[in-house]
Design a protein around this ligand. Structure first.
Ligand code: FES
Length: 232
């Protein structure tokens, strides 16, 4: 019997985990400092074995993180989806430079901290957009942002400047803040709410896995104040 390949998708299960289908590559990555101790970067720690389907914990209580082990049945956190369904562009604040526009939706911040170096993406675009090196840094900062809070656009073409991601999922560990981070979804994987509603298809999305976000299923950076650590 031939096995049917499922669509790459993440389905939010009501009061339960994220059901991931379609053999999506899954890895663990570290947000870390560089050798100068101020530039942040992603560093792959390991790959998880390939699986056609798996379920990822979103309550923060699993002892087999990042996978669900059924602990959500006893979890105290409220797992209801509370995120606005409005599109990124309808909510975005705009910072304009000479040739570039930075779009920003602060509510989506996942506390990745990539955007703060070298004066910060906002000031680099606003004040240094005549300097190609500064703009290169600002674009890199926005591209590293796990949640897609920051998106750059080329003013001339009207095209978003996005990293070319294959569909994949990364489980973040934030070495700099000393906490376990969100589920970073890359490469425009469809996320479906528990009621069947489809969230906007985006190249970069950070999903809550500590159970504390006020914008579920998305990460709002609450894992930092909550000092979230994988329980395994
Ligand atoms: S969602 Fe199942 S253990 Fe957390």
């Amino acid at each position: 019997m031939s096995s049917v390949k499922e669509e790459k998708k993440i389905k939010v299960i009501k009061n339960g985990p994220y059901m991931v289908t379609g053999n999506v590559p899954l890895a663990k990555e570290m947000i870390t400092e560089d050798e100068k101790r101020y530039l942040l970067k992603w560093e792959k720690v390991s790959d998880y074995p390939e699986q056609e389907t798996h379920s990822l914990c979103r309550c923060g209580e699993s002892k087999n993180a990042p996978f669900c082990d059924g602990a959500h049945k006893r979890a105290a956190c409220n797992m209801a989806e509370t995120a606005e369904k409005a599109t990124f562009q309808s909510k975005a604040e705009k910072v304009e430079g000479d040739d570039i526009i930075l779009f920003d939706v602060p509510d989506l911040c996942a506390s990745g901290h990539f955007c703060t170096r070298a004066g910060g993406a906002w000031d680099l675009v606003r004040e240094r957009s005549d300097d190609p090196e500064k703009i290169r840094i600002a674009i890199k900062e926005a591209s590293d942002c796990p949640s897609g809070r920051l998106v750059m656009m080329d003013k001339k073409t009207g095209q978003e400047i996005e990293p070319d991601f294959e569909p994949s999922i990364s489980i973040a560990q934030d070495e700099v803040a000393g906490v376990s981070g969100p589920i970073c979804v890359r490469g425009r994987i469809q996320i479906e709410g528990s009621d069947g509603t489809l969230y906007e298809l985006r190249n970069r999305v950070a999903l809550c896995r500590c159970g504390q976000s006020n914008s579920k299923p998305f990460c709002d950076g609450s894992h930092v104040a909550y000092k979230f650590h994988d329980k395994q």
